[in-house]
Design a binder for this molecule. Structure first.
Ligand code: ATR
Length: 288
């Protein structure tokens, strides 16, 4: 017979944060944030809700009703949530997309931490400062747009956007104002920093060995960031490293955007090392 012993764990006062998306089952966010809550000794927990397309605003209403303490937002809800919150941060308003909802008093505020995650990852992995850098962003989807905005706010000297679909490249480049323009693969060789923000190279995507551009264009003295984190070492990163470029994988950005979320919700410094270890461990287990 077992006796009931009080264990530390969930209780009536545990605070709940969540991610909404569709699909959401493969999200690493519950693993990363629960590791952070445990490391920081916070009585918080984090769960994933699969929210059907078209119901992002309902999820924001549910956050109010249930008193959820924080919300991460992924596709396809980033735009709908931007419209449903009480107000948006400057970056989220300019992007028209929200990946984080946090309370400010009784207001729900939409934030976008993806771009800050990129800047933080570059700084903490390499001590790289985007101020004055010549950058090419490859891709023009939501992740690329967040990168363009953050890099221009960080003082990049020029940001070229290279994308399969030209009209989307124009729209993304416009986020950088006078320092933004549409780029071609020829511009890659003169860039200090190349940010790979397409889905090419992602496990479960199309051709596993595909790269979004010819890595022969890369060389020493360049920094290459790949936002794809699964696999951790993408074909592009392997080839860029062989060409002598300095590489940063997508896990660093994933963790740093989550660290910004954690700090918005809890006002406690994020335990980045524990979050990185949790993400890396989970990805290794997925490969196995
Ligand atoms: P996210 O929100 O993650 O950025 P997204 O908005 O769907 O995702 O954007 C995906 C990006 O990957 C786009 O830039 C897309 O190019 P298009 O705008 O031309 O669609 C790019 N992309 C996806 N598959 C690609 C491929 N096989 N080759 C080149 N670019 C690709």
């Amino acid at each position: 017979m077992t006796s009931a012993v009080a264990e530390p764990g969930l209780s009536g006062v545990t605070r709940v944060a969540a991610v909404i998306g569709h699909p959401v089952a493969h999200s690493l966010s519950p693993i990363i944030h629960n590791a952070a809550f445990a490391q920081a000794d916070l009585d918080w927990t984090y769960v994933a809700f699969d929210v059907a397309p078209g119901h992002g605003a309902d999820a924001v209403a549910a956050m109010r009703t249930l008193g959820l303490a924080g919300l991460s937002v992924t596709m396809p809800h980033k735009h709908a949530v931007a419209d449903a919150v009480d107000r948006c941060s400057d970056a989220a308003a300019r992007l028209g997309a929200v990946n984080t909802v946090a309370w400010d008093g009784t207001d729900l505020v939409g934030h976008s931490t993806d771009g800050e995650g990129l800047i933080d990852a570059l700084r903490s992995s390499l001590g790289f400062d985007a101020d004055g850098a010549r950058v090419v962003v490859v891709g023009a989807g939501g992740a690329a747009r967040a990168a363009v905005l953050a890099l221009s706010d960080a003082g990049a000297a020029h940001i070229g956007v290279c994308n399969r679909t030209a009209v989307k490249a124009e729209s993304a480049a416009a986020l950088a104002g006078s320092v933004g323009s549409v780029a071609t693969p020829d511009d890659l060789s003169s860039a200090d920093l190349i940010v790979q923000a397409t889905s090419v190279g992602m496990l479960g995507g199309g051709a596993p060995d595909e790269t979004p551009f010819d890595p022969a264009l890369l060389g020493p003295g360049q920094v290459v960031v790949d936002m794809v984190y699964h696999p951790e070492h993408t074909p592009l990163l392997r080839l860029a490293a062989s060409a002598g470029s300095t590489v940063v994988g997508g896990v660093a950005m994933l963790v740093h955007q989550a660290a910004r979320q954690f700090e918005l919700w809890t006002s406690v410094p994020a335990p980045v090392e524990a979050m990185t270890a949790a993400a890396t461990h989970a990805l290794a287990a997925r490969r196995g």
